[in-house]
Design a protein around this ligand. Structure first.
Ligand SMILES: CC(C)(COP(=O)(O)OP(=O)(O)OC[C@H]1O[C@@H](n2cnc3c(N)ncnc32)[C@H](O)[C@@H]1OP(=O)(O)O)[C@@H](O)C(=O)NCCC(=O)NCCS
Length: 177
């Protein structure tokens, strides 16, 4: 079973970043909706995780799942920067490598991210995903997220293709998930 651990400055070894770059690249090549149109480079992934690890406690939460020294899953949220939105955070990425998908790892990562958000007092956890992402939609709805908006034909993954952008929120002020 994959082990979950927080991304910290100490965890930012080259093999870790290589493995995460590989996982994210494989997903993007398969057409996963992670915000990239091309597989991210090593330096892009390194910048992302360095930035996450350097943030003060309560600003971000990044978690990885590892199996046999390879990254099997990754996700993070980031507190909103806008002063009027500071009580809230946005879950910017959640990803499980194709060979580990469907085994409950995405849900475990999500539980961890939600629990950490609750611990640091985040009030509302938002996220968005592409309208054709049925796995994500099923997962988020089953954890209590509610759709609060949808932009029709907003996402342009490839020339001539348009998909909805769907917005979900989990209100952590509720006692139930
Ligand atoms: C979305 C994602 C993180 C889910 O991770 P996962 O480990 O495969 O998900 P889990 O095994 O924890 O399954 C969670 C639920 O989704 C369901 N699910 C998984 N794939 C599905 C699919 N293709 N269609 C519908 N439901 C699906 C599972 O059945 C499960 O529900 P259940 O417990 O009611 O049976 C993973 O598919 C992924 O990385 N996708 C690419 C990146 C992405 O789209 N990220 C989300 C947007 S940021």
């Amino acid at each position: 079973m994959a082990e979950l651990r927080m991304v910290t400055a100490a965890s930012l070894t080259e093999p870790f970043i290589v493995s995460l770059t590989q996982m994210l690249g494989d997903l993007v090549r398969e057409g996963a909706a992670l915000g990239w149109t091309e597989p991210p480079s090593f330096s892009e992934v390194a910048d992302m995780v360095e930035n996450l690890a350097a943030a003060p406690v309560g600003e971000t939460c990044a978690v990885i799942a590892e199996e046999e020294l390879e990254v099997a899953g990754f996700g993070y949220w980031r507190r909103y920067q806008r002063p009027t939105h500071r009580p809230h955070a946005d879950l910017e990425k959640l990803a499980v490598r194709p060979t580990s998908a469907g085994s409950g790892l995405g849900r475990r990562l999500l539980h961890h991210l939600i629990d950490q958000a609750r611990t640091v007092g985040i009030e509302q956890l938002t996220l968005d995903f592409r309208g054709d992402n049925l796995a994500a939609e099923h997962l988020y709805l089953s954890e209590g997220f509610k759709e609060y908006g949808r932009l029709r034909d907003f996402v342009a993954p490839t020339a001539g293709r348009r998909l909805d952008k769907v917005f979900h929120v989990l209100d952590l002020r509720d006692s139930s998930r």
